[in-house]
Design a protein around this ligand. Structure first.
Ligand code: DGL
Length: 273
């Protein structure tokens, strides 16, 4: 069988929270993960930067044999996905596919709220793009969406400070802030794949009765549906249950911390762009 793993991309570690759920739902497939840790965080980068880094990474996945790449990063999905799908893919190879995490999440999030008031927690890039406001309005026009950029949260995670007093301060600050904007919110979406690592802190500072939604299972379910509806893609993906990991950052550091996100030991290789 040819080597055609499913590519999974993130600015750093966050996409591993998605990969973990993809592997749980679809264990037979091969996966190739790339974390662009050397250039993370993406959340405060310009459109041009996020687009250039993401496109370079997508081309790398294609050169490794992938036909399907998941941008397991909300910021890259918000800033680069559409342009890559519309402008680059037709020129690179119209049979290849790049999918993101914003649309599958937006398709289901409205079903999870009773009050029809939800809060989106994301990076500055994701929030400023208004991608969630636009996408959720398409599927659930009656749902009220409030947004909150949490610029410190990714750094807390990337610097392994998720248990620190800084984490207490910034997690509480942003939870209080979004809930003060709309008291009817009953559902908070963690619209950044790094944030599930802060889940204990987020739960600690979120009032009872408000549910916190991570994207991993939603994205996994959506990929499962996609593969069953796109048989050509499904048969072309290799299925030996292999997983390979690359980082543009420090390999030792990546291996040390990545297991927390993925829930199993990881031995990554270095990629230099
Ligand atoms: N994990 C990424 C996301 O889902 C972004 C983190 C970053 O700012 O690099 O948005």
């Amino acid at each position: 069988m040819s080597n055609n793993p499913i590519g999974v991309f993130d600015s750093g570690y966050g996409g591993l929270t998605i990969l973990k759920e993809l592997v749980a739902a679809l264990p037979e497939y091969d996966y190739l993960y790339l974390g662009d840790n050397a250039r993370a965080p993406y959340g405060d980068k310009t459109f041009e930067e996020v687009y250039a880094y993401t496109l370079q990474s997508v081309e790398w996945f294609f050169n490794q044999g992938c036909s399907l790449v998941i941008l397991a990063c909300n910021t890259a999905s918000a800033k680069a996905l559409r342009t890559i799908q519309q402008n680059n893919l037709p020129l690179i190879d119209p049979k290849k596919r790049v999918l993101g995490v914003i649309r599958p999440t937006s398709e289901v999030i409205g079903q999870l709220t009773d009050t029809k008031h939800i809060g989106i927690m994301g990076t500055q890039g994701t929030i400023q793009s208004e991608s969630y406001l636009i996408e959720i309005a398409k599927f659930f026009p009656d749902v009220n969406v409030m947004q909150e950029a949490c610029p410190e949260w990714v750094s807390l995670v990337e610097k392994n400070l998720y248990g620190s007093t800084e984490a207490d301060y910034f997690v509480k600050y942003h939870i209080d802030s979004i809930l003060s904007k709309d008291a009817k919110i009953d559902t908070l979406l963690l619209a950044c794949t790094h944030y599930p690592i802060l889940i204990n802190k987020i739960k600690q500072f979120t009032p009872a009765g408000i549910q916190i939604i991570s994207q991993g299972e939603i994205v996994a379910k959506s990929l499962k549906n996609y593969l069953s509806n796109h048989k050509e893609m499904e048969v072309s993906c290799s299925k030996m249950g292999k997983k390979e990991f690359f980082t543009t950052g420090d390999v030792v550091d990546f291996n040390e911390h990545a297991s927390l996100f993925f829930g199993a030991d990881i031995v990554a290789k270095k990629l230099i762009f």
